[in-house]
Design a protein around this ligand. Sequence first.
Ligand code: ADP
Ligand code: ASP
Ligand code: MG
Length: 457
Amino acid sequence: MITVMKFGGTSVGSPEALQRVTRIIMNEKNSPVVVASAMSGVTNFLVSCAERLPVNRENIIAEFRKKHVDVAAQLLNDEQMAEFMKDFNVRMRDFKNLLEDENASKDPFYKDNLTSQGERFSTLILSHTLRAAGAKSVALTSEDCGICAEGRPLSGSADLQKTEAMMALKVKPYIDDGVIPVITGFYGIKGDGLPLTFGRGGSDYSAAVVANAMNVDLLEIWTDVDGFMSADPHIIPDAIKIDEMNFGEAAELAYFGAKVLHPRTIEPVRMKHIPLNVRNSFKPEEPGTTIHHLRKQMESMLMSVAIKTDLSIITISSAEIAYHPEMVARIIEKIAENEVVIYSISTSLSTVAFLVHSNDVKSILSKLNTLSPGDIERIEVKNDVALVCAVGDNLLSKCGVSGDIFAAVKEAKANVEMISEGASDVSLNFVVPMSKATDVVKILHRKYVRGESNEGL
Ligand code: ADP
Ligand code: ASP
Ligand code: MG
């Protein structure tokens, strides 16, 4: 039996955290395959470096080096440290070359290469710490494993079939020999052998891809909260830990803003029926949340509420557009040319409205401007909106549920800008001004997750 164990940035962010994680891995009964993020703060540091280049190369290298060597030195004795430094210097030389390579910095995928560097060093420290604790372990990069990726800069997806074939050759033999592989999260390798990242928070997705490729028995996502909760505990301090949820519910919530899982984590495990546990690396005794195919009926009306912020509504008006589906198709085709995500679409007789990320508005408008003037009368953009995603049992089949939910929106004095009820059978989604989103979630959570009826936020 094999378990893929993924540890996020905070879980590997300090010597104490790394020691806790080492104990968790050593206590695992199945054969562990570990996937790790960069130490907390490191990817943000690299993103800001990408913006500061070409200045400050020496400072960047010195700061990056110190951050990792200081942590390793607190975990390893002199002899172990000497071994670590051999591997560290090889990876550090590649990092330095990358920073100094003028040509590489012109590549559209340069940021993928630079920002994925943190994972190469956190995994090295963790693997050496496991060895220091008596385990057999090897630190493997995504290149070493053959995690294959394709797509646009900073938003790759894995090629699951190729990755499965590669990992069977390159990683399986280690497991058969009782060696614990510690694999870099966050990125895969394009056809030309260079890194492509899976978007921020992408190590969860990497771990799901590894789980899929190795046909494992369980995926564990170890993070800094007790499990998948009824809302982001940093917004709703009395959020409740969910014991059990199904794949569809977790996927919808992750897609619509529950940052605890990268939005694409579920599919690679769902398709191979691999259960996923979300657990707290700071409280390993807690069972966390199990995500699988089926779950028991809930008592409360809502299970969890998520918010996706920084969205915009683009409304396109054209006379009787509803009677011209070919015009709607042309508009969607134009938007699709940029491969942007459309979070919701709604139509009326003479308008079609799209909900998209605010960062994509400019490029969408420039595409729409290439349509013939006969297709479009007017385009309006409403910025600073957020989508609220409410997940619960039979939301659509229970009479009066939407009425209850929109009463809570009214209580927050928020306007509903757009509704997408019925698009999914597990969630009810609607758009409100960003300034009101937190209030709406607080009221929904208090009334329909916790079941408390008193007024106010
Ligand atoms: P990691 O570094 O382990 O990947 P992240 O910061 O990416 O951790 O994700 C964990 C964070 O997700 C939590 O600290 C919490 O603030 C946030 N979060 C948002 N929604 C939820 C939710 N429904 N349940 C749990 N955590 C959530
Ligand atoms: N280190 C990457 C990030 O900060 C990936 C991850 O943490 O999952 O986005
Ligand atoms: Mg994360």
